[in-house]
Ligand binder design. Structure first.
Ligand code: AHR
Length: 504
C-alpha cells in the first residue's frame, strides 16, 4: 500500500498549545485514592503522594491537570476538602454513589500538581451550587486581600495565592446524569453570570463553558449554539467531551470514529464563528476538549460495583484495560486534536489513573502502563511548534457503515519552533497491509532521520495487563531519507512516529 504525503515549510496550520497534553483527575473510583494518593505506600512521599505515579506523570509529559471533576464536581463543596484533615467531613457523594473522605482536597491537589510539573485547571460546581460558591473558591485560590477566603487560605498554611488561570464553569451540564442538569438556557444564563462575576473578581482568569458531552447527544449542536449566545465574550473556551467505544463494530468501523471527532470539532468551530458574528463580538473563542478518551469493551472494564454496592470509599469503577486496537483509536483522537490546534487549545486525556487511564496502580503495589500511555507521551514530548499543512498525494481509502471514505493511513505532521525538527505521526488502520510511506519535506531541508518509533502488537487484542511490557515503543526498521523524501514502512495496525532533523 503506497502512501505519498507532501509537507511544505510555507504551509502551516495552528500553533500547538502545550495544554493540548493535559489530563484529568477526578474524585471517582480509585483515581485519587490509591491512584495518586496513598499514604503508607512504599513510594509515598511525606504528603502521601505516590512517587512512582508522579514519576510516570512527569515522564508522560502532562502539562496541565483538570480537577476535581467530572460529574463529581456537581455535588462537591470545596470547603469540605480544606483545613485540618481530622475535621473534614465524610460525605455521601452522589455522582458515583461513594463515600468521600475528603482526605485529599484542593490544597493537596495544588501541591500534587506542582510536584507533577503541571498547571491546574479547576472546575466550579454549577450543579448544586452557583455564583457565590464559585466566587469564594476563586477568592481562596487567587486573591491576596485581607478578606474572608484569602484569610482562610492563609490560615491553612498557604500564604501566596495559587493564581489558577483556567476555570471550567461546571461539567457536562447537558447530561441528564448530571446532578443539577440544566436546559441550555438555564445553564447559559448561570454560566454567563458566574463567569462575569469571577472575571470581575480576577480579570486575569480564563473561563471554559460547557458544550456538548458527546457527539451523539440529542441536544448537540443546538445546546452549543444556545450556550454560546449566552457566554460569548465572557467565556474564552467552549468545552467538548468525547469518549468512543464501539469495538463490536469491528476494526474498520471502530478506528474510523476519529473522523466523527474531526466533524464534531469542525461543527463547533463553525458554531463559534456563527455566534461571534451574531453577537458582533471581536473576541475569538477556542475549544477545550477537556475530557477525551476511548472506552474499552465491557469485558475489559472491571467495576461498576458502586451501582450494586453503593457508599464505598474509592470503589473499583470502570478500570479499563486497553488493547492495541483501542490504542490506535486513542492515537487518532489525539491526532484529530492536533490537526485542529488553531482552535483547540486545551485537551485533557481522561482520566490519569485507573479509570480509562494511561497509568494503572495496584493498591500497596506497583504501577503499570497501558499502551495508550506511550501514544500520549510520544506525542506530548515531540509535538511542539506548529502543525504542518500536509497534502495527501496518494492515499488509499476504505468504506465502513458510518463513513464512505476513511483514509487507510491517518497522519499529522508538526514543525518545531526553531525549525530544526519535523515529526510525522501516523496510524495505519489496515489490518493486513504495511503502508509504504513517502513523506516529501519541501523547503524543509531534511538532514537525517532522528528516530522511527513504532507501537504495535502481534494481536490487536493484546494488552499490557498480564505482561506489562507486551506493548512498548520499539525502534522501527528501514526508515531512510532519499533527498527530501522520508521513506518508512508502517506495519499494519500500528502507531508510528518519525522524527526528522532539519537544517533551518
Ligand atoms: O469517566 C469520567 C466521567 O465521564 C466524568 O465524570 C464525566 O464528566 C464524564 O461523563
Amino acid at each position: 500500500m503506497d502512501i505519498q504525503l507532501i509537507s511544505n515549510a510555507s504551509f502551516l496550520r495552528g500553533a500547538i498549545d502545550p495544554r493540548l497534553f493535559s489530563s484529568f483527575l477526578e474524585h471517582m473510583g480509585r483515581v485519587v485514592y490509591t491512584g495518586v494518593y496513598e499514604p503508607g505506600h512504599i513510594s509515598a512521599d511525606k504528603d502521601g503522594f505516590r512517587n512512582d505515579v508522579l514519576a510516570a506523570v512527569r515522564q508522560m509529559g502532562v502539562t496541565a491537570v483538570r480537577y476535581p471533576g467530572g460529574n463529581f464536581v456537581s455535588n462537591y463543596r470545596w470547603q469540605d476538602g480544606v483545613g485540618p484533615t481530622a475535621l473534614r467531613p465524610r460525605k455521601l457523594e452522589l455522582a458515583w454513589r461513594s463515600v468521600e473522605t475528603n482526605a485529599f482536597g484542593l490544597n493537596e491537589f495544588m501541591l500534587w500538581v506542582k510536584k507533577a510539573n503541571a498547571l491546574a485547571v479547576l472546575t466550579v460546581n454549577l450543579g448544586t451550587q452557583g455564583i457565590d460558591n464559585a466566587l469564594s473558591l476563586l477568592e481562596y485560590c487567587n486573591l491576596d486581600q485581607n478578606t474572608q477566603f484569602s484569610e482562610l487560605r492563609r490560615s491553612h498554611g498557604v500564604t501566596a495565592p495559587y493564581q489558577v488561570k483556567t476555570w471550567c464553569l461546571g461539567n457536562e451540564m447537558d447530561g441528564l446524569w448530571q446532578i443539577g442538569h440544566k436546559t441550555p438556557q438555564e445553564y447559559g444564563r448561570l454560566a454567563a453570570e458566574t463567569g462575569r462575576a469571577m472575571k470581575r473578581m480576577d480579570p486575569s482568569i480564563e473561563l471554559i463553558a460547557c458544550g456538548s458531552s458527546k457527539s451523539d447527544m440529542a441536544t448537540y449542536p443546538s445546546w452549543d449554539l444556545e450556550v454560546l449566545e449566552h457566554v460569548y465574550g465572557i467565556a474564552d473556551y467552549l468545552a467538548l467531551h468525547q469518549y468512543y467505544g464501539g469495538q463490536e463494530m469491528g476494526t474498520a468501523g471502530f478506528l474510523a470514529q476519529s473522523l466523527d471527532m474531526e466533524t464534531y470539532i469542525a461543527t463547533i468551530r463553525s458554531a463559534i464563528q456563527v455566534i461571534q458574528k451574531k453577537t458582533r463580538s471581536n473576541q475569538p473563542m477556542y475549544l477545550s476538549l477537556d475530557e477525551w478518551g476511548v472506552w474499552a469493551k465491557p469485558e475489559n472494564a472491571i467495576g461498576r460495583a458502586f451501582e450494586r454496592h453503593p457508599w464505598q470509599v474509592a470503589p473499583v469503577i470502570d478500570e479499563q484495560t486497553y488493547t492495541m486496537e483501542d490504542s490506535l483509536l486513542f492515537a487518532s483522537m489525539m491526532m484529530a486534536i492536533l490537526k485542529n490546534a488553531d482552535v483547540v487549545k486545551i485537551a485533557c486525556q481522561a482520566l490519569l489513573t485507573n479509570i480509562s487511564a494511561c497509568i494503572m496502580t495496584e493498591p500497596g503495589g506497583d504501577i503499570w502502563l497501558q499502551p495508550i500511555y506511550y501514544v500520549f507521551s510520544l506525542i506530548a514530548q515531540h509535538a511542539k511548534g506548529r502543525v504542518l499543512q500536509t497534502v495527501d498525494m496518494r492515499m488509499p481509502y476504505y468504506a465502513c457503515d458510518a463513513f464512505a471514505q476513511v483514509p487507510m493511513l491517518d497522519h499529522v505532521e508538526t514543525l518545531r519552533e526553531d525549525g530544526r525538527e519535523a515529526v510525522c505521526y501516523v496510524v495505519n488502520r489496515s489490518e493486513t497491509e504495511t503502508a509504504s510511506l513517502s513523506w516529501k519535506l519541501e523547503q524543509l531541508h531534511p538532514q537525517a532521520i532522528e528516530a522511527f518509533t513504532v507501537l504495535t502488537a502481534s494481536d490487536k487484542n493484546m494488552t499490557n495487563h498480564e505482561n506489562h511490557q507486551a506493548i512498548v515503543p520499539q525502534d522501527g526498521k528501514g526508515a531512510r531519507l532519499e533527498q527530501d523524501v522520508c521513506k518508512a514502512e508502517i506495519p499494519p495496525l500500528s502507531f508510528a512516529m518519525i522524527r526528522v532533523a532539519l537544517q533551518p
